[in-house]
Design a binder for this molecule. Structure first.
Ligand SMILES: [Zn+2]
Length: 391
């Protein structure tokens, strides 16, 4: 029994490393001020600045060709379309910074791609791929976000598995991807345990991309789906993966390798990006004025205040009160969600203080992140910030 318990806790600790950091972004007001083409809205704060950063990730590259049809290689299609999308953004959108995970035919590890985006503080991540199937008649575009669908189909699983096989080109993939086995669909279950703060935004962008591919590039519609793509796993921002079409389909292969195809596909992705950016600007105009928040949060009066805590661990069993893993952490507590005990520490309505605590906790639990509660009910961090700002 004891051994079983220990196994359960170990297992749940492993899953904590799949929790994505919850990053609350400062309003990018410089973007709002200087992007009249997208945003003609009042701006409430003027003390933060920055560009909107989009990371474009052309799948595969170098020794990893991706899917192949004769002399046509997926990696080349992906790169051509990525460069087209990026150049359209660079030429038409002010205050948007485009970062590529690769701009040439080089190999980049899957995990590294997400790291590039995280390091750049990216606001959006798009991974561009080309599909392949044994059935030569299979055709059409589809867009994915990370997750596991309730009505998962073997087709979605196999797309993710095929793309994840890119790690076989990496020498140390067994240790890097926490035991993910690229040859086992069972491995994809790890994605069920992830908390994804960016699901809603990812879905929004995926829908926009899919719509443009259908209307602008006239691709057959295979829909928007969720599946377990390793490349999206570590990206701490809204992120999607698009499969432009089937390289295994003669007609689609010809289209995607033609200049017309590259132009139309790149332009479809660009149009979707602009739509997303417009929405983003609208939302930002409503976002919390952080400078006011930090000055006044200590003196918010009346009503129940939201409380911030730092979540650092998930366990399927309650931990002993003297458990070493909670030692020296302030105000350790847990809340139950999906039959799991989610351990939190700290307790404050001051966002600056909880950010500091998060930094401390991350020295021990690198994926710890901030959660918010109102009257012991979990609410979104942004919602909590808005509530405090409205007081
Ligand atoms: Zn691919």
């Amino acid at each position: 029994m004891v051994r079983l318990l220990r196994f359960t806790v170990l297992l749940s600790m492993r899953f904590t490393s799949f929790i994505k950091p919850n990053i609350v972004r400062l309003p990018k007001v410089a973007l709002l001020l200087s992007l009249p083409v997208f945003c003609s809205i009042p701006v409430r704060a003027i003390d933060a600045e920055g560009n909107f950063v989009v990371v474009i990730d052309p799948g595969h590259g170098g020794k990893d060709p991706g899917a192949v049809n004769g002399r046509n290689l997926e990696k080349t299609i992906n790169l051509n379309v990525a460069l087209k999308m990026g150049s359209l953004i660079e030429n038409n959108c002010k205050n948007v910074k485009v970062i590529y995970t690769r701009k040439t035919d080089v190999f980049v590890e899957l995990e590294r791609r997400g790291e590039i985006a995280n390091k750049a503080g990216a606001d959006l991540f798009i991974s561009i791929h080309t599909n392949s199937a044994k059935k030569k008649s299979a055709k059409g575009a589809e867009t994915f976000l990370l997750g596991v669908e309730e009505n998962r189909t073997s087709a979605n699983l196999s797309v993710a598995m095929e793309e994840n096989k890119a790690i076989l080109y990496e020498s140390d993939y067994e240790t890097r991807y926490e035991g993910y086995d690229p040859n086992s669909s069972e491995s994809l279950i790890i994605f069920e345990f992830m908390q994804n703060e960016y699901q809603k935004e990812s879905l929004k962008f995926a829908d926009m991309v899919q719509k443009q591919l259908i209307s602008h590039a006239r691709r057959p519609d295979r829909g928007v789906h969720q599946a377990g793509f390793l490349v999206l796993w570590k990206a701490a921002m809204p992120s999607i993966l698009v499969e432009l079409g089937f390289i295994s389909n003669t007609e689609e292969c010809r289209y995607m390798t033609s200049q017309k195809g590259v132009d139309e596909l790149g332009s479809s992705l660009y149009r979707a990006f602009v739509k997303y950016l417009e929405e983003y600007c609208k939302q930002m105009s409503k976002s919390v004025n952080l400078s006011a928040l930090t000055n006044e949060s200590g003196s918010v009066a009346g009503g129940n205040k939201p409380v911030f805590k730092v979540q650092f661990m998930i366990s399927s069993q309650p931990l002993q009160s003297n458990d070493n893993r909670t030692k020296d952490l302030p105000d350790v507590d847990y809340y139950k969600e999906n039959n799991q005990y989610k351990y939190v520490c700290g307790k404050t309505s001051d966002y600056e203080s909880i950010l500091k605590l998060q930094t401390e906790v991350r020295k021990r639990y690198k994926d710890a992140f901030i959660v918010a509660f109102l009257d012991d009910k979990k609410i979104g961090v942004k919602e909590a910030l808005d509530l405090i700002a409205d007081k």
